[in-house]
Structures are given as C-alpha cells and as structure tokens.
Design a protein around this ligand. Structure first.
Ligand SMILES: NC(=O)c1ccc[n+]([C@@H]2O[C@H](COP(=O)([O-])OP(=O)(O)OC[C@H]3O[C@@H](n4cnc5c(N)ncnc54)[C@H](OP(=O)(O)O)[C@@H]3O)[C@@H](O)[C@H]2O)c1
Length: 398
C-alpha cells in the first residue's frame, strides 16, 4: 500500500487530472491511500471545485484572482480554504507534503516548482519548461533540500527507469523517441494552412493544447532534449532523437558495451505518473497493458529537420548553453500561444523562435546575478517582449 500526502499543482490540466484519476483508481483497488494538501488550477473553476469536493484538500487555489469569488461560491459549505494568484500558488507549493506534482503548463510553473524544490518533498516534475529554464539550479536545489526529483515526461521517466544513476559512465547515449506528431507525413507545402484544431489532434496522446502544438512542431522534443541533458548530465552530442510513431518505446539508454535498454508501455501518462508516485516502489492499478502480438510491429525513422526545424534550434540552444535554452523556451511559448490564438501561421512558429534566438544572441542575453529562478524569469520576460516584436513584424509584413 502506497501512502502519500500530496499537492497537485495544475490539477485541472491533462497531467494534473490524470494524477488524480490514478490516485482514485489506486484507492479503489486498495493499493494506495492519499491525503491531499493543496490543489491548484487556472481558469477552470468548475473542475477545480469538483476535484476539491472529491479530495478535500486543505486549500484550493486558482491562479486568477478575478475568479476567487467563483471558487469560493463553488466550495461553499465545505471547510476547504480558497485562495488566488501567483503568490497563493507558491504558498501552496511550500506546504509540507511527501509528494508534489508540478503540472502547471509553461514558464508559469517555474516559481511554484522552484518553491516546491526547497521543501524536501519528492518533486514529480511534469513542467519541463522549468527544467529548460533553470535545470541545473533546480536539480541542485532539490538535492540540497534532501528531496528527490522524479521526471514525469514519459521519455524521461523511461530513461530514469533504465539509467544506471550509480555509474553514469556506463552510458554512451540517450535516445529519445518522438511520435512525430500529427504532421509526421504532411508535405511542407501542405503545412502552411495547418489550423490549431488540426495541430492539437495528437495521434497517440491526449494532452493540453500547448504541449500538443509543441509536439506538432517537434519543439516538444527539443525541450525534452534539453530536459534530458540536465536531468542525466549528458552532453547534447550524446542525445539522439528517433521518430517512433506507435509511442510504445518511450526512450532508450545505450550502454558503452553496445547493449541498449528501452522502457515500453501503452501511451498513457498515468503510467509514468504512477512510477513517480510510488518510486522506488511500484503501485498496482488497473493499468492498460501492452499486447505486442496485437501491435505486430514497431517502426522507427529519422526526424525530418527541414520540416521540423524547432528540433535543431533546441539543439543549438542547448549547445550555446547559459540563458539560451530559456530564450528558446520563452520564444517557443509565445509563438505556440500566438498560433493557438490564430495570430501566427503554423510554419512561422519555428521562424519566430529562430529570429528571437538571433535577436537575443545579438543583444547578449544572459542570466543576471541573484537566484536562478529570478534570473530565468527576467530572461523569460525579456525574451517574450522580443518574440512579440518579431510576431508583430511578421504581421506587418503580411
Ligand atoms: N499532457 C501530457 O500528456 C504531458 C506529458 C508530458 C509532459 N507534460 C508537461 O506537463 C505540463 C502540463 O501539461 P498539460 O498538458 O497537463 O497542460 P494543460 O492541460 O494545459 O494544464 C495546465 C495546467 O496549468 C494551469 N495553468 C494554466 N496557466 C496557469 C498559470 N498562469 N498559472 C497557474 N496555473 C496555470 C491550468 O489551469 P486551467 O486549465 O484551470 O486554466 C492547468 O491546471 C506541461 O509543462 C507539459 O509540457 C504534459
């Protein structure tokens, strides 16, 4: 029986809701028992309130102060405290618990992940953007507090499960698998008119809108390459990406003796979340299981860097180091949301990232002194302004 006192940051999102669903199923199966300290969400008050009524956290927090009264009304008659705003989310993240799921989307999740890292709890990190923005400092902060960081991204969870942490010199290469997204086989000339609706329709995974767009441009794999470099202390030239459309092998670790270990499973985020929730133990729940005979075959191909330039831009950002991965992240986030808001064409997402990276390099963008989270947030804010200018320039030129 796994017992945990938990907080879920971003509980109303795809990963957050999957976390609560998994906990529900483990309780129903009699393999898990959970107390919830805090749940946090954004705009979806109805879902946050429904989750809070089920799990009875000490506090439910919305990121949006304008929605506090709506949340208060929705939880009237309960003893659940309510709060709103960034500072309240950070406060929720610092409450003593055994396990914290960091599943807010984008750089908005950085402050709370940073706060959670100092608590000494196990930090289940889905918010890859915070690792990309200040990975080494975040990892060090978790260590110093006596906690443990467990990756939730399915690829990093896969590597984490087969990586020899006690002898990293035995590893020659990490191989990240990528589904290739919904446009894996779309010719470039037909990528011009891609709509947000088409881009978020991922063939294998059910995910939030931003990561779905990132998956469609393959910027997601670029972010994951950076994430892997920091998590496993691996130089970029020893991290490869292979397209594997079935999303069954979640990633591989190649050893120096030529042996390669892979982790497999159906494409369901509840499995890597279960791994993070129970680690180093395993929790039984009614998980979907692999049937290789039914699958028949697994296929692989090299990524097409011409149609998906974001992947190489991420590699260049990782190579450049310093603040450049944070610049890549912010530029990509602005461009992905501009595309979702129908203010930017699909193919221009990578173009905006490329131009913003160039502007930032010319401007000598670097982390300032002081705490790594604050420095990353300054770079994030400055890059957002640059990316907005680039997007405005494209709109004026059109
Ligand atoms: N989805 C996946 O399968 C998957 C897999 C691997 C990694 N990840 C990573 O996990 C993270 C979450 O992804 P997701 O797909 O679950 O995203 P999502 O479905 O969009 O959910 C995002 C969560 O963050 C909340 N949120 C949005 N803006 C916020 C803000 N400014 N401040 C505080 N909270 C805010 C949302 O609240 P409301 O919805 O209430 O507005 C929601 O709870 C991302 O970093 C993603 O890259 C996701």
């Amino acid at each position: 029986m796994i017992r945990r006192r938990v907080t879920v940051l971003g509980s109303t999102g795809s990963v957050g809701a999957s976390t609560l669903d998994l906990m529900d199923q483990a309780e129903a199966t009699g393999t898990g028992a959970f107390e919830v300290e805090a749940l946090t969400g954004g705009a979806n008050i109805a879902k946050l309130a429904e989750q809070a009524r089920r799990w009875r956290p000490k506090v439910a927090v919305t990121a949006d102060p304008a929605r506090l009264e709506e949340l208060r009304d929705a939880l009237a008659g309960t003893d659940i405290a309510v709060a709103a705003g960034d500072a309240a989310i950070v406060e929720a993240a610092t409450r003593p618990v055994d396990w914290i799921m960091a599943a807010i989307v984008g750089a908005a999740g950085l402050k709370s992940a940073w706060a959670a890292a100092a608590t000494g709890a196990t930090l289940a990190l889905a918010n890859k953007e915070s690792l990309v923005c200040c990975g080494p400092a975040l990892i060090e902060r978790v260590k110093r507090a006596g906690g443990r960081l467990i990756p939730v991204d399915s690829e990093h969870s896969a590597i984490f499960q087969v990586f020899p942490a006690e002898a990293p010199e035995r590893v020659s290469r990490l191989i990240l698998t990528a589904s290739g997204g919904p446009f894996r086989q779309t010719p470039r000339e037909r990528m011009i008119g891609i709509t947000p609706q088409q881009a978020v329709a991922h063939p294998n995974w059910s995910m939030g809108a931003k990561i779905s767009v990132d998956s469609a441009t393959m910027a997601n794999k670029g972010l994951e390459m950076i994430e892997a470099a920091y998590l496993f202390d691996m130089p970029q030239d020893r991290i490869d990406v292979v397209v594997h459309p079935e999303s069954i092998i979640h990633s591989l670790v190649e050893y120096v003796d030529g042996s390669t270990l892979a982790q497999m499973g159906p494409p369901d985020m509840r499995t890597p979340i279960a791994c993070a929730l129970a680690w180093p133990d395993r929790i039984a729940w009614p998980a979907p299981k692999l049937d290789l005979a039914v699958l028949g075959r697994l296929t692989f191909e090299a990524p097409d860097l011409l149609r998906f330039p974001a992947l190489d831009l991420a590699r260049q950002a990782l190579k450049a180091g310093g603040a450049t991965p944070a610049v890549f992240n912010a530029a990509n986030e602005v461009a992905a949301f501009a595309f979702l808001d129908r203010k930017l064409a699909f193919l221009n997402i990578a173009a905006v990232v490329a131009e913003t990276l160039e502007c930032a390099t010319k401007a000598g963008m670097a982390f300032g002194s002081g705490d790594a989270c604050g420095a990353a947030l300054s770079v994030d804010a400055e890059t957002r302004r640059m990316a907005e200018t680039v997007i405005a320039g494209l709109a004026n030129a059109a």
